[in-house]
Design a protein around this ligand. Sequence first.
Ligand code: DX5
Ligand code: ZN
Length: 223
Amino acid sequence: MSGRLAPSILSADPTRLLEAVRLVEGLGAGLIHIDIMDGHYVPNLTFGPELVRALKKHTPLPLDVHLMVDEPGRIIPLFLAAGADWLSFHPEASTHVHRDLYQIKEAGRKAGLVLNPATPPDVLSEVLPDLDFILIMCVNPGWGSQAFIPACRDKIRRLKKRIDEAGLNIPLCVDGGVKADNIAGLVADGAEVLVAGSAIFSDPDPAGAFNRLARLAGDERQG
Ligand code: DX5
Ligand code: ZN
């Protein structure tokens, strides 16, 4: 992975998604974050596996698929077949968390769990060594452009400490409300991947916004 930024195309113009992907690819994004919402686990509806399959043909960047769906185990095979590289789901939405993680891992893809703002890190305990990454939500899942919940910073620091003390190497990814005014602090807290949607794509100058965030996050390519 090159850059630390994982632009979320949820906030991009839905009629111009490929342009959005190509823009951030050219600027040094590390991943493309794709938010899947099912209208049940969260009220909103977004994309499906066909978008993942289509984008996969047009970008070399890993596709980071964030499943905000009930019973992710049922739909994981469709996203694996579509070419998702990183796949994460919310543990409270899955009846069989371990099985669902291993569906992803056995396909050779990266498996992650997502913590909502009110979800304590303890839910990860039994599967911590199995995780390839952890996605920490700093907003409640469902929409872009929501306000950052400051209490999440302490959770990032606690998780980082716990992972380091266990001698594990599990990247912490932060999703929701990531902006120019908090991104450097999140990196200092231990975040390695920063998902940013509206901070990039709702800016009148998305390329300038991307470069500013990348610089603040300490991406080397941005000097
Ligand atoms: C929220 C999604 C996020 C969203 C972030 O449910 O999981 O990935 O795109 O959007 P911003 O960066 O605008 O908070
Ligand atoms: Zn997301």
